[in-house]
Every structure is written in C-alpha cells, then in structure tokens.
Design a protein around this ligand. Structure first.
Ligand code: ATP
Length: 534
C-alpha cells in the first residue's frame, strides 16, 4: 500500500499538478469574467442582451465539455484560430464554467432582499451605488459556497484536457502507468493529489465564509477590509433607553390623549396658507387590468401631518411609492416642493441615474412597513452610509450625524448592532433615523407599525409623534392606528378603490365620518374606542 508514497513526490507528477493548477486557474478566472458578463446580460433590462446570454447558456451548458475541448482544439483552426492545447483547454473550460458561474452570480444578486434595493432607491442612490454598496456585499456572501463548488468542479474537469494532450496530472498519471504497469499505486497517488487540491479549495472556501461572516468581529476579518466595514457587535442591551415605553409594563400602553381643541386650532391656523409640500394631481396607476389609483388628487401642506387610511388594497402603498417615483404611473403628476421627480421640465422621463439624483434633491424620506434596513450594515452605517454615498458627506460628519439621529430615536447604545440583532421596533426606529438623515422636506411612512408585535408598536409611534409635534416635520402616514392618527394627524385622508373618498380634520373624520365606506372601515377597525378617547 505504501508503494504509492514515492509517486507523491515524483517531479513528473508534481509538474502535472502545476499544469492542472494553471489550467484550473485559466478556466476559473476566464469563467468568472465571462460569467460576470453573462449574468449582467441576463439581469439587464435589454431583452436582446438577455436573450443572447440565455442562448449561450443553453448551448454551453447543454453540450459535453469534452466536445467543447475537442472543438476548441481541432475545429477552431479551421476558421484560422490556432490555439496551443493549454489555451484551447483553458478556453473550453472557461466557456463551459461561465454558464454555471453566471447562475451563481445571478442567484446571489436575486437573493438580496428587494426591499433593500427599494430603500436604496428611495434614499436617492443610483443603480450603480445600490449594486456596489447594497447588493454586491450581500451577494458575495451568498455566493461563496457555490463558487467554492465551481472551483472544485473546474479542477476536476481539467482532467478532461488529457483528451487534447495537455500534460496535466491525469495524462501524466496515465502515461506513467502505461510505461511502468504500476496502475494501482500511480492512480491511487494521483487520487490523493486531487484530494489534496480539492481539500485546499474547500479550506479556502471555509476561510472565506468565516472571514465574511457578519457575526465575527470585523477587526479579525481580512475580508471586512474588502467589503463594507462594520464595527464589532455591541453587547445586547437588556433594555432600550430612549423614546420607548417599557416593554415589560404590565398595563397596556395607550397613546396620550389627543390634543386639546385649542391646540388643533393653533396648528390649523399655523398651517393655513403654508405652501404645498406635496401635490398629487389626477394620478392613475394600474397593474394589468387592475386599476389601483384612479385619478387621485391630494395636497399636503408644509408642516402638515396627514394620516392615510383605507382598507387593504385601496392603493395607499402604491400612492406613497408613486409620490417618490418608485412606481411608474400611467398619467397624472406628483410635485414635491413644486417640482416633478423623474421627468424633465418638458415631461420626458429621466434615466434611472438621473431619477436617483432628482430624488436625492427633492428631499422625500421614506419609511417602509418591513423596515428595509441594509442587513449587512450596522445601525450607524445604515444611517451614515447613504449620507456619504448619495450626498457626498465626509465619513466623520456622516457618522456624527448618524449618532445624533440614533440618539434622537433612543438607539445610541445600539449604533454598532446589525439589524438582525435589533428588535422590530428598534429596526424601524433606525429606519426612521436613516430617512431623517438628509433632512427631508417630507417624510412618507408606509404602515410603519403593521409588521411589529403589539408591544413594540408604541416605541415607533412615540418617535413619529415627536417628529410631528416637536420637529414640525411634514408627514404622510399610511396607518391602521386610528388612535394614533387622531392624536397626531392634522388631517385624515380616507382612500378606497384608488381615490380619495373623504378627507378632513382628523377629529371630524374619525368621529363623524360622512361617507359610508369610511364609517364601515372605522367600525371594523374599532372606531368605537376612538370615540371614547375623543
Ligand atoms: N407589483 C404589483 N403587481 C400587481 N398588483 C399589485 C402590485 N403591487 C400592488 N398591487 C395591487 O394593487 C392594489 C393596491 O395595493 P397597495 O399595496 O397599494 O394597497 P394598500 O392600500 O397599501 O394595502 P395594504 O393596506 O394591505 O398595504 C392591491 O390590490 C395589490 O394587490
């Protein structure tokens, strides 16, 4: 059995290993470059590019590698492309491997939560910035195991190059065995050598996975220097300091009583005559045959807080996305501070990159139902990152602004935590801080508490209440929290079937609705208790 050992150090076979490694490197690097191009083409919005990439994939994934090797070596010379055996094998390996690597890239990119991409868009990031700062760092982490697999496959497939006389390990083992007839020992030694090589690849893969693991302290991770940095995970705090009411309180939490009539009157007087922050004019949107916004008109005055109510499916989220041009609409217009986002002055649509710039300038902050925090970044980086990437703020200033806002939402002590180490309520408060960071002129909140457990809702509502009452921020809030709407909103807009059914002072709409649809909705949502509070 030990007869195979001396083959492990035989220069003839060791040189074969070197050639195997060179061939694997050619196949893998070529496959990575070509695979990246194929994946980009498949993900592109241009149908022709996508079709070419799919056609390529069908051909190269559907035919045997050995045929491709022989083709590259024997057939290409007939069209004047003469390649050495090594180059022909490298080309065939790369061309074949690219189809699999492209799928790995594609699944990595598609595996990143779409909500984060939407959040990036809402923050004014260009497609390129979103890819670099949000999608790529997360996709790379997802792709490492599959890429490790592809590296092992390429190494093993390189043995097929023996068919076109490349002097790699398999061919040399075969030649040696044919001349010595010591088949068993030689092929055994050759198998051990392949195992050592594939084992090394697996070890590299594991090291990369460990290095990219977000739960490891960044200081020990070499990969953290390549991908966006995060600070070591802060120890979990037992209890949240800040805006929240204690979660363990035994009494059910109730929002403070609505403002006194004189307070409402004072606010109404202050808002009277203020310029429009958001104007929505005759907005139409449909998904296929389904009309979602049906000629919707609405104006939000600067400093006003508007609660958007309506049954599920009435188009509230679509309206909020439409206001920030995250949704294409069929007709109508949205003006933010008097300007249309996403269109030139003569009404032509802008490119996605220019739309991003327009969004950043328009100053519309957005908070989503499912938070949509960038899951690979700490709370601080979630807030500071967009300030740097979109608004060009120096890192130190962006971080101190992030710290200031995290303090405001009661999360200064969790600034270094990743989103997955935060409760839902904390995540939503980080999302609010992120939306506030660039000083938006208007904040859109899309059911900010509906994904939260009941005991976490109040901490988010407290933050929003502070923004409305103390900071005087213009807000449009889609919500099902009627008591909250009554307390915080200056006006309630009730939507059904894609248009405004009824609107007016919060107090009036919530306690004395005129339209039967509003009355039915309020009844279902427990309007009785609103009446009690009033
Ligand atoms: N991308 C989409 N493709 C097809 N239909 C969609 C899409 N997005 C939303 N819709 C449909 O549009 C309608 C309005 O959806 P929207 O999310 O705006 O309603 P909503 O009032 O916010 O509802 P909810 O209170 O449940 O969030 C719904 O019927 C929904 O199914």
């Amino acid at each position: 059995m030990s007869g195979f050992l001396h083959y492990l150090e035989m220069p003839y076979l060791l040189q074969g290993i070197l050639i195997t490694l060179q061939l694997t490197a050619l196949g893998l690097l070529g496959g990575l470059v070509l695979g990246l191009a194929l994946a980009s083409m498949q993900l592109s919005r241009h149908r022709a590019l996508s079709a070419v990439a799919r056609g390529y994939t069908v051909i190269f994934r559907g035919t045997p590698l050995i045929l491709q090797l022989v083709f590259a070596y024997d057939a290409l010379p007939h069209i004047g492309l003469m390649l050495s055996p090594m180059m022909a094998a490298g080309l065939a390996l790369a061309a074949n491997e690219a189809t699999f690597i492209a799928e790995v890239f594609r699944s990595g990119v598609l595996g990143v939560d779409k909500g984060q991409v939407t959040a990036g868009q809402a923050l004014g990031m260009t497609p390129r910035v979103i890819m670099r700062r949000v999608v790529a760092p997360q996709a790379i982490r997802l792709m490492v195991p599959a890429l490790g697999n592809e590296a092992v496959t390429t190494l093993k497939n390189s043995s097929l190059a023996s068919f076109i006389a490349v002097q790699e390990l398999t061919l040399r083992s075969t030649q040696l065995a044919s001349s010595t007839f010591d088949f068993f020992s030689i092929f055994f030694a050759s198998g051990v050598m392949y195992l050592a090589l594939t084992g090394a690849i697996s070890a590299i893969q594991l090291a990369a996975e460990r290095a990219l693991d977000l739960d490891r302290p960044a200081s020990r991770s070499w990969a953290a220097r390549l991908l966006p940095v995060r600070r070591p995970v802060a120890p979990l705090a037992e209890k949240d300091a800040g805006a929240a009411a204690p979660a363990e309180a035994e009494e059910p939490w109730l929002p403070p009583a609505p403002p006194e009539p004189w307070e409402r009157e004072a606010r109404a007087a202050a808002l009277n005559g203020a310029p429009a922050a958001v104007e929505v004019r005759d907005l139409h949107k449909r998904y296929g045959e389904h009309v979602v916004l049906n000629g919707l008109d609405m104006t939000v005055t600067t400093g006003e807080v508007v609660a958007l109510l309506g049954p599920s499916g009435s188009g509230k989220s679509t309206l909020l996305r439409g206001i920030n041009h995250l949704e294409d609409v069929e007709s109508g217009a949205v003006l933010i501070g008097g300007r249309r986002i996403g269109y030139t002055d003569d009404g032509r649509p802008l490119s996605p990159t220019k739309v991003a710039g327009a969004r950043a300038q328009a100053g519309v902050g957005m908070v989503f139902q499912h938070f949509n925090l960038f899951s690979h970044l700490t709370a601080r980086e979630n807030v500071a990152g967009p300030l740097r990437w979109v608004h060009g703020m120096p890192a130190a200033r962006a971080e101190s602004r992030a710290d200031e806002l995290l303090e405001q939402v009661g999360l200064a002590h969790r600034a270094d935590a990743l989103p997955r180490h935060l409760s839902g309520g904390q995540q939503q408060r980080v999302a609010i801080a992120r939306a506030l960071a660039p000083n938006p002129r208007v904040l859109l909140l899309d059911e900010p508490t509906s994904a939260l457990d009941p005991e976490l809702i109040h901490e988010v509502l407290e933050v929003i209440r502070g923004l409305a009452r103390e900071d005087g921020l213009t807000m449009l809030i889609a919500t099902h929290q009627l008591r909250f709407a009554q307390e915080v909103a200056d006006r309630v807009v009730f939507m059904s079937d894609g248009s405004v059914t009824e609107e007016g002072p919060a107090e009036e709409i919530l306690t004395r609705p005129k339209h039967p649809a509003t009355a039915r909705f309020l009844r279902i949502m427990g309007a009785e208790s609103v009446g009690e509070v009033a």
